[in-house]
Design a binder for this molecule. Structure first.
Ligand code: PMP
Length: 397
């Protein structure tokens, strides 16, 4: 029966990564993949993670199963990171969390959970969104529709259109929002817009799903959760998918969490049983390694302080490069307005250049970015920023 299989196209980003790897040009620049890189173009293991790994080696005394919800200490930490230690949803016992294989695992579990709660639900995603969102929800048999979000003309948000479209979403549907550092555009809702969104969700009764893959990469650990926390204050039900891939640099360890926020603690108990049944039927129990590391870091005041420092370094480096790109473009005589780059947050920016220009950058200069002109800012460093700005000046002529 395998001979009947048809080839499945792979995510274009993975193809781009492969092409970059094979490119012999020593000046090649990778602005494709959404992974943090330091000034040397390296994705290093954080120092706080190294120390937590040493602790784990010393303290771990068993490899027995950890249970379907995963590491309970990790779950408690991740809830506090997201909502703050004393948020009413935590105090009222309205949050159920399971640690998952990455943020992707969290989204997949959330999708199956939604399917159980309402098999007819449509999941509404931003236009555009992280490509995998669509596949993840469709794989659970859910319908996916887009709502207006990014405005290619103004390089801002289509907020009025977004609100008008979401006003038609019925109770029982799910609206996915990015907590911060929108992937791929870098354009986030401001707090006033979050408030309006939260009020709409409350009024219409749709269920928000907040995808938080970059907490700490935007404005700061707490600042990046302002919208989420306000939303949780207002609406009775909510889903949250978190990831520790970027902010702890634990990409390959696959560590994230799914949290279900219910109207009361009695519903939370039922939600827990459904959530764990979903986990059981997909992978039974999550891998422990990443959760143990995060727990060790957050259990120690010293390691937490070190983590805050390392996270701030990553965030500041990216933010400094947002301004540096604009300065270097000006130095190269580029007249177009790229000031929008400093209004965006997180790893990514849409440059807003066309397909031919993207192709020319790749063919003539070995500069790789996604076909939408999304660039991963952390791919830039002092050794390649001038080369990148010069190449941009050439293709924009
Ligand atoms: N959501 C968004 C918006 C993302 O950009 C990513 C990572 N690219 C994820 C979720 C999943 O992250 P991971 O599975 O690597 O933890």
């Amino acid at each position: 029966m395998f001979s009947h299989l048809q080839p499945t196209p792979i995510d274009p980003i993975l193809g781009l990564m492969a092409a970059y790897k094979e490119d012999p040009n020593p000046q090649k620049v990778d602005l494709g993949v959404g992974v943090y890189k330091d000034e040397n173009g390296h994705t290093a293991v954080l120092k706080c993670v190294k120390e937590a790994e040493a602790l784990r080696l010393k303290l771990e005394d068993s490899k027995t199963y950890i249970g379907m919800a995963g590491d309970l200490s990790f779950n408690s930490h991740i809830e506090k990171l997201a909502f703050g230690p004393a948020h009413q949803v935590l105090l009222a016992g309205r949050v159920v969390t399971a640690h998952t294989p990455g943020g992707t695992g969290a989204l997949r579990v959330a999708a199956e959970f939604i399917k159980k709660a309402n098999p007819d639900a449509t999941v509404w995603v931003t236009n555009p969104t992280w490509a995998n969102h669509v596949s993840l929800f469709q794989a659970a048999g859910l319908k996916v529709k887009e709502y207006s979000y990014y405005d290619w003309e103004t390089k801002g948000l289509k907020f009025d259109a977004m609100m008008a479209e979401l006003a038609t979403v019925p109770a029982g549907d799910v609206v996915l929002v990015h907590a911060c550092c929108h992937n791929p555009s870098g354009m986030d809702l401001n707090f006033a817009q979050w408030q309006q969104f939260a009020e709409l969700a409350k009024e219409k009764g749709f269920t928000p799903l907040v995808d938080m893959a970059y907490q700490g990469f935007g404005l700061g650990l707490d600042e990046d959760t302002q919208g989420l926390r306000y939303l949780a204050d207002l609406v009775p039900e909510l889903l949250l998918c978190s990831s520790c891939s970027k902010n702890f640099g634990l990409y390959r360890e696959r560590i994230g969490a799914v949290s279900v926020i219910t109207a009361d603690s009695k519903t939370a108990d039922i939600a827990r049983s459904v959530l764990l049944a979903v986990v059981r039927s997909i992978y039974s129990m999550p891998p422990a390694h990443g959760a143990i590391l995060v727990s060790h870091i957050l259990n120690s005041a010293e390691l937490t302080a070190l983590w805050h420092q390392e996270l701030a370094e990553m965030r500041n480096r990216i933010n400094n490069y947002r301004q540096l790109i604009i300065d270097k473009f000006k130095e190269q005589g580029i007249a177009q307005d790229f000031s929008f780059i400093t209004r965006q947050h997180g790893m990514f920016s849409f440059l807003g250049i066309n397909k031919e220009q993207i192709e020319q950058l790749r063919k003539d200069y070995s500069i790789y970015m996604v076909g939408s002109s999304r660039v991963s800012i952390a791919g830039l460093n002092h050794s390649n920023i001038d080369y990148f700005a010069k190449a941009m000046a050439e293709v924009l002529k």
